[in-house]
Every structure is written in C-alpha cells, then in structure tokens.
Design a protein around this ligand. Structure first.
Ligand code: NBP
Length: 486
C-alpha cells in the first residue's frame, strides 16, 4: 500500500505515535535501525484491531512505500542518531518531501539540519512531542516549527492525532524551524519547576505537619478539583497512595531513592534563559535541586555534620488547616511565576530569532496531552490573548489579582519552611521573583555604584539624562578622569 506517512524510530515514543496515527485511519509505514522493533510494531498494530500499518526492511524500502510528497516523522534518540537517520533516509527523498523530527532536540541542531537539507529542497520540521508513552498513543501535545508549506502538508494528520481540548487539537503552527523544539524545551523547563514546587509542598506536609502518605494523597486529590487541577497533581496523589508490593509494607514512594535523573532539556532552558538575559529563578532552583539530589553520598555525610534548626511547633506554631490552605495558595502563585518566566524566555528568543511565536497559542497547545497540562493554562491563554504584547504574564490584571490575593499565604509558607529548615528553593525563588519584579526601586543603585567605583562602568541618574562616572574616593583618581559623560 502507498502510505500517508512514515515513522522511523520505534522505541517507546515512535511505536506509540505510529499506532496513534494508524488508529486515526492514516496508512503508516514504520522503520527502525533494529528490525525487531519493526516486527513488534506491526504485530501490535494487528493485535490492536488490524490497524493500517506496515513494516519496512530498510531505509530505501521505507521511503519507497510512502506517497509523494513524502512525510516522515523521525523519533530516534536526539543528537547523532538523528543526523545518521536523516543521512540514511534523505538519499532516497526528493524535493518537496518533509522530514519531521519529533525528538527533544537542541534547537540549534534543528536549524543546522534544515540548512543542510535546503539544497535538496527537503523541508525540515522540528516538532516537540509531550505526553510520554500514553500521550504518544492516545493524543500528545505537538509543537511543530518549520516551513509553513511543510506544516500544511502534515497538519491534517497531526491535528487528528494530537490531544483534543475545548478549543481544538493541542497542536498548531508555532513558527519557523527551531521554534517548535524551543517551545518544547521550555515546556520541559516549566515541567521541572512544577515538579519541584510539588515536591517542596510534599516536604512541608511531611516534615513540618508530619502527615501520612494517605493524608497527603487525599489532599492532592482534593486539590485536583480546584484551581490546581493538573496532570502532575493528579499523579502525585496516585504516587503517594501506592502501596509497596515488593515488601508488602509501606509505600513505593518511600523506597524510591532520593536522586532525580534528567536528560538535558531543563539545563538547556536555564542556559537559554541566561543567553536571553531572562530571569528564570524557579526553573533554575529546580535544576539546582536535581544536582544536589544527585550528590546522595555527600548529603549523607553532610547530614551528620551540618545542623538544621531543630524547630518544634512550640517555637514556630503551625496550624494544620491554615498551613494546608497556605500551601495550596503558595503552590498556585509560585507556579504562575514559573510559567511567567518560561513564557518570557520564549518571547525573548522569538524576538531575537524573528519567529513571531504566539504565546497564547503555546498555552493553548499545552492544555492537553502533555505533562504540564493544567487548568491554569486556560487563564494564561486568556491573559495572553487579551494582550499579545503583555511584557510579563504577571502584569495581566486578572493574574496579578490572583497573585496579590495569595502573597500573605505564600510568605507564611516560606517563613515556616525556613524556620523548620525545610528547603523550598522553588517556592522561595518564585516569591523573590515576584518581590523583585513588583518593586519600583531595587537596590541595584548600590550594585551599579560599586561597578562604577571599582570598574568605571558608569551609571545613569534618576534626576537627569546622561551617563555619569563618579570619583568615589581619592584612590580611584586614575580612572576618574571622566567625571561626567553625557
Ligand atoms: P530513545 O530516545 O530511547 O531512542 C531509541 C531509538 O533511537 C530507537 O529506535 C533506536 O534504534 C534509535 N537509534 C539510536 Br539509540 N541510535 C540510532 C542511530 N544511530 N540510527 C538510527 N536509530 C538510532 O527513544 P524514545 O524514548 O522513544 O524517544 C524518542 C525521542 O522522543 C527522543 O528525542 C526523546 O527525547 C523524545 N521524547 C521522549 C519521551 C519519552 O517519554 N520517552 C517523551 C517526549 C519526547 P534501535 O532500536 O535500533 O536501538
């Protein structure tokens, strides 16, 4: 059969996305470096109701089975495997064909590949996919960036395969090549922030309030029908409630080693934030915490040497109901600030790269299918649609009102956690971001004065136009020959 689309790379994501496309009625040809996964996928397609999916014996056979212009989704490990796969396939492709890389790829690699394929007339699209195995099979969030003509060719297929929400499929044209990978990278950075914020709330519940796993599971379950409704809150409740069937005592989560792994997209997010001069303290705190978690051996030693405050509720009184309400408010507010940071990075990159990414569209296609899907995203979408030029999400009047309503609770949580020696770097980072951003005047006047003192870096004044340099003391006469520059 002549296939509508090809999928090359049949690990977790590829297999499931191929079956997803086939179950929507598209004829799919699949290929993989190791033939065994081709066979496995073909068998799965048969078992799942004779889905229209065929295998291939190698790159040439794979390409031969596709109708023109050919559309190919690659889902192999990011980096070199993508280059090798493109090289193997492109020798059989023609001008006008489309390659879509669905991996978590560094956007500069995507830009390079698009350039390399340009002379052959092959269109290249970088499309972030979120939702893991389950999402890939039943409806992920798809974040494509590439030539519009190429997007138009794949749109009928990806729109049907993406998660569907109140206002359509969780996919849409994000912009030129690179933008899709970029938005996915920031999605992952935001995911790091969300996960860390939830972990800190869990730590306060467990360490300060001494709640049981079942109590915490119930609270997260309740929160999932409030403004905190989200996939990550939902699975947190399920994780906390899961009994251990290896030992038949206790809960799985309590046996899980406290070391968090990572694959790189969180680090890229922070590198990019620095590259674009955008503050992203919540996501940076989340990344730092993963680094600290990885140093388990050192922490074990430190726990015997370094002392915490050993606070008791007599010294810092805590009222359980109040602290739980406060945690809920703090989690929501801190999450909003984290999203503001992530969207700020996308805006800065989009401006620099002239991608013209619509931020409300990003929020829209994160509403379903992906790991950060959350009720909050509708509010974010609405805020960014109200004012496309909003410099920061937290300047939207509705969002600002929600933050202002929660600051007292948020501060109480951070103060309590500090008092008890429970690290809450992301909750505190978001609060500090909020407190720095809302201040008309920061102590940056002193910092800039110091820069001028030791380095002659000059400063601007509040009372007149121009650039100034001051002779701060006699020892700095050597750099003080410019007293005032305008
Ligand atoms: P992996 O990232 O684990 O990659 C395994 C696939 O890459 C296999 O098909 C493997 O072929 C192929 N491959 C490798 Br490794 N080296 C190759 C080479 N030199 N040439 C050709 N193929 C090669 O798969 P995944 O977890 O399904 O993820 C695929 C992409 O989607 C990645 O970029 C990932 O970051 C991204 N992603 C993953 C998830 C998730 O939940 N797993 C979620 C969202 C996005 P083989 O079978 O012959 O070894």
């Amino acid at each position: 059969m002549s296939c509508d689309i090809g999928l090359y790379g049949l690990a977790v994501m590829g297999q499931n996305f191929a079956l997803n496309m086939a179950s929507k009625g598209f004829k799919v040809c699949v290929g993989n470096r190791s033939p065994s996964k081709v066979e496995l996928t073909v068998n799965r397609a048969k078992e799942e109701g004779s889905l229209p999916l065929v295998g291939s014996s190698g790159p040439e056979d794979f390409v031969k089975q596709l109708s023109k212009p050919r559309k190919i989704v690659i889902l192999v490990m990011a980096g070199k495997p993508v280059d090798e796969t493109i090289a193997n396939l492109s020798q059989y492709l023609d001008a006008g064909d489309v390659i879509v890389d669905g991996g978590n790829e560094w956007f500069h690699n995507t830009l390079r590949r698009a350039k390399e394929l340009e002379p052959k007339g092959i269109h290249f699209v970088g499309m972030g996919i979120s939702g893991g195995e389950e999402g890939a099979r039943n409806g992920p969030s798809l974040m494509p960036g590439g030539p519009k003509a190429a997007y138009d060719l794949i749109e009928p297929i990806i729109s049907k395969c993406a998660a569907q929400v109140n206002d359509g499929p969780c996919t849409g044209y994000l912009g030129p090549v690179g933008s899709g990978n970029y938005v996915k990278m920031i999605h992952n950075g935001v995911e790091y922030g969300d996960m860390q914020l939830i972990a800190e709330v869990y730590d306060v519940m467990k360490t300060v309030l001494k709640l049981s796993n079942d109590e915490m599971a119930k609270i997260f379950e309740e929160w999932n029908s409030t403004e905190l409704e989200s996939y990550l809150i939902e699975i947190t409740s399920k994780i906390l409630a899961k009994k251990d069937d290896v030992t038949d005592t206790g809960y799985v989560v309590d046996y899980v080693l406290d070391k968090t792994g990572m694959k790189g997209t969180g680090r890229w997010t922070i590198q990019e934030a620095a590259e674009r001069s955008i503050a992203a303290p919540t996501m940076a705190a989340s990344l730092d915490t993963r680094y600290i978690s990885a140093r388990k051996d050192e922490r074990v030693k430190a726990s015997a040497i370094l002392k915490g405050p050993e606070m008791t509720s007599a010294e810092i009184p805590v009222h359980k109901g109040q602290l739980l309400d406060d945690l809920k408010s703090a989690l929501y507010a801190a999450k909003v600030c984290s999203y503001a940071q992530g969207l700020g990075i996308i805006r800065a990159a989009s401006d620099d790269m002239k991608w013209n990414v619509d931020l409300s569209e990003c929020a829209r296609l994160w509403k379903g299918g992906c790991i950060i899907r959350a009720a909050l995203l509708q509010k974010i979408q609405d805020a960014l649609a109200r004012d496309k030029n909003l410099p920061n999400l937290i300047l939207d009047p509705v969002v600002a009102g929600e933050l202002n309503d929660r600051t007292a609770a948020w501060r109480r949580v951070v103060v309590t956690a500090v008092g008890y020696g429970v690290a809450t770097p992301a909750l505190a980072a978001s609060l500090n971001y909020f407190d720095a951003y809302r201040r008309e005047r920061l102590p940056a006047n002193l910092t800039q004065s110091q820069r001028d003192f030791f380095g002659g870096h000059t400063y601007e004044r509040t009372d007149r136009e121009g650039v100034f340099h001051c002779l701060w003391d006699d020892s700095h006469k050597s750099i003080g020959d410019i007293k005032e520059r305008t």
